[in-house]
Write a protein that binds this ligand. Structure first.
Ligand SMILES: *Cc1c(COP(=O)(O)O)cnc(C)c1O
Length: 213
């Protein structure tokens, strides 16, 4: 745990955004140090790492799934998470709907948008797919889309990072205009290397891992 970094993040988000502690690659013991400081929202990006942590850690934790979710894993992930932040296809939305209908759960989700300028990453959907996917989800009673998740490009150029988060915020705002700010509440943007820029550009939730461990 890095208390100094934790306090820096807390100060930066104060009154603006919430914090998701990304515990991937770290042990239960390491994650528990943040639990003991009061953190209740944790993020993981692989099912294989998520499930053992869910078992080992206290039940009042809200787990957020961040990684690409394969359809055959949906059934196992859905019962244990509070939110899926990597909704990236109509097929995945349909799978979540089916799995949630069976256990009478409504799944809060974020649509993962891919906005970074040619950074070689392949996760998330393009802007042009955002409204069609959102519209489809309106027909799924157990899928509750609450906003978008965006990753900054993996580059040094701070202005390129800023442009990506600005673009994300425009998309967030467009969604709010269409579906209302009561439904579209979360703009999840900013990680260890870029959370300060993301906060300047309107992030409502930062997902911070390596900076805290
Ligand atoms: C790993 C990960 C994070 C945290 O990244 P750090 O650089 O360690 O802060 C945030 N969001 C997603 C989607 C991730 O996969």
């Amino acid at each position: 745990m890095n208390r100094e970094h934790y306090l820096k993040v807390k100060e930066a988000i104060e009154g603006k955004a919430s914090l998701l502690v990304v515990s991937k690659y770290h042990t239960v013991e390491e994650a528990m140090e943040y639990y003991d400081l009061g953190v209740r929202h944790f993020g993981e990006n692989r099912m294989q790492e998520l499930l053992p942590k869910v078992d080992a850690m206290p039940k009042d934790i809200h787990w957020h799934f961040l990684g690409h979710l394969q359809k055959d894993k949906v059934k196992k992930v859905v019962p244990v998470v509070a939110m899926i932040q990597s909704l990236d296809s109509i097929g995945l939305a349909d799978k979540i709907e089916q799995a949630c209908a069976k256990i009478a759960k409504t799944m809060p989700c974020l649509i993962e948008l891919h906005l970074a300028e040619d950074d070689g990453e392949k996760t998330g959907i393009g802007k042009e797919e955002l409204f069609p996917l959102m519209e489809h989800c309106q027909s799924l009673p157990h899928v509750d889309v609450q906003g978008i998740m965006v990753m900054g490009p993996n580059v040094e150029d701070k202005e390129a990072i800023r442009r990506t988060f600005q673009e994300g915020h425009r998309c967030f705002f467009e969604l709010q205009k269409r579906y209302g700010a009561n439904q579209i509440k979360i703009y999840s943007a900013g990680m260890s290397n870029d959370f300060l820029i993301a906060l300047e550009e309107g992030s409502t939730q930062v997902r911070v891992g390596s900076y805290l461990f």
